[in-house]
Design a protein around this ligand. Sequence first.
Ligand code: FAD
Ligand code: NAD
Length: 483
Amino acid sequence: MKEQYDVIVIGAGPAGYVAAIRCAQLGFKTACIDRWINKNKKPAPGGTCLNAGCIPSKALLESSSIYEHARLHVKSHGVQANDVQLDLKTMMSRKDKIVSELTMGISGLFKANKIDWLQGSGKLLSNKQVEFTEHGKKKPKITSAENIILATGSSSVEFSAAPLENNTIVDSSGALEFTSVPERLGIIGAGVIGLELGSVWRCLGSEVILLEAQDCFLNMADEQISKGALREFTRQGLDIRLGARVLSSDVSTKGKTSKVIVNYQQDNQSSSITVDKLIVAIGRKPNTENLFTKEIDLNLDNMGAVHVDDQCRTTIPGVYAIGDMVRGPMLAHKGSEEGIMVAELIAGQHAEVNYDTIPSVIYTHPEVAWAGKTEQALKTSGIEYRSGTFPFLASGRAKASGETTGMVKVLADATTDRVLGVHMIGQNCSELIGQAVIAMELGASSEDIALTMFAHPTLSEAFHEAALAVDKRAIHLPPPRKR
Ligand code: FAD
Ligand code: NAD
């Protein structure tokens, strides 16, 4: 007899596993199908985020930054750490242990919530049926459910001018597994992955060159912040070449050593770089290939994303799609919130996601974080606004920690004073941005933040001061010059 569920989720990344848990909490008989096989050849829930994305990259960002800090910065604190050595094997094992503990944690949560974790591939058939092919088996089983949630995530975009090659030309997953520090590392794409992974390997000693096709750097961020970020990353030693169009690449191998020659064009001039490893990080594409049979009437956009409405409903009643496989930023927390929303909608509850306050963070050192509208977006839409900024250089806490790079910027509506956007660069901004998101979610004005008390000395005071600066009354800044 075929198994019947209330809800089947396809994909156990942060969108799918969160949706499955919320469905189970709401009393639904739930199954979650996932095909991920980890490097130990074992099924592992958690998707890209836990296995090859957010978590391993942040583990390496943390470790590599500690290494750089110990080598270069602790001396100024009066701490002598002579002969600091890198043990890359231990650093990688630590990362692998964190990944394994967290993915095991998800399988534990599946068990505790009585969710059937089906290890293999899922395919959507007509009439709310799902074909499930278990790992290692050829014959699929048919299951069905009242509601189906598609959450199959995304994969790295491939680049014909630099096809992946063993561990010489790699995508982000390969770049999390290098067994030695490349002397010269090339990266195609100076987006989020390029910057985060470039930072990891730079901190560990690589000379890093990023080839970015666009003429402007980090164009999704506020211009003032991205200019500051470019200055700081360049000062740290990242060689970021903008307007660089990669034309071809060649791998040459002598004995056990391989090198990659990357040919590119910049300012109408042909150039090339020779590197030991090349990372291709030019974006990700939705995993929708072979996900459903021909007769299924799901609309896909030109990137392959499934078309959904604001509540993640597809064109088929009872079939939802969430996370990286649908429109919007490809971020774990965005997918998770969509998962919770869909589970609650299935339960007949009112649920929505506020797409206007999704926080974005680049976990470099310093971190770059933002939520809401950028100054350039406000200008384009003709919205009148007031802006307040506060530099970490004037923050007592930033001084005490020795990390004074960066600033906080608050943008508020000129008429209503409602906060429309908050942009930051500096240490711990990944945590600070949460305060801005709460303020925006609750419809706060810059005056509301100005009237709020923040502990001293904290980095959060910079958010307070930036809100005061909207009204030109920041305390720890000289008065603005009269024009
Ligand atoms: P995924 O996490 O991709 O999960 C989808 C799952 O579905 C996978 O397990 C896949 O194997 C499975 N699947 C696919 N097709 C099928 C099928 N037919 N049958 C069964 N299973 C299937 N985001 C952040 O918010 N913060 C970060 O710091 C961050 N860092 C990142 C670092 C890197 C290097 C990368 C690559 C990404 C990072 N991201 C980060 C993005 C984040 O990983 C994704 O936004 C997130 O994982 C998307 O979640 P998802 O559940 O939609 O998809
Ligand atoms: P991205 O879109 O952030 O950056 C890709 C960059 O590559 C862009 O700057 C683009 O202009 C450039 N590019 C595209 N084609 C190129 C070419 N042919 N030559 C040179 N440059 C080219 O994508 P990504 O860095 O690959 O990351 C993928 C997704 O993963 C992102 O959308 C992001 O949301 C998510 N992610 C998030 C985090 C985080 O939240 N901290 C970390 C990593 C990844």
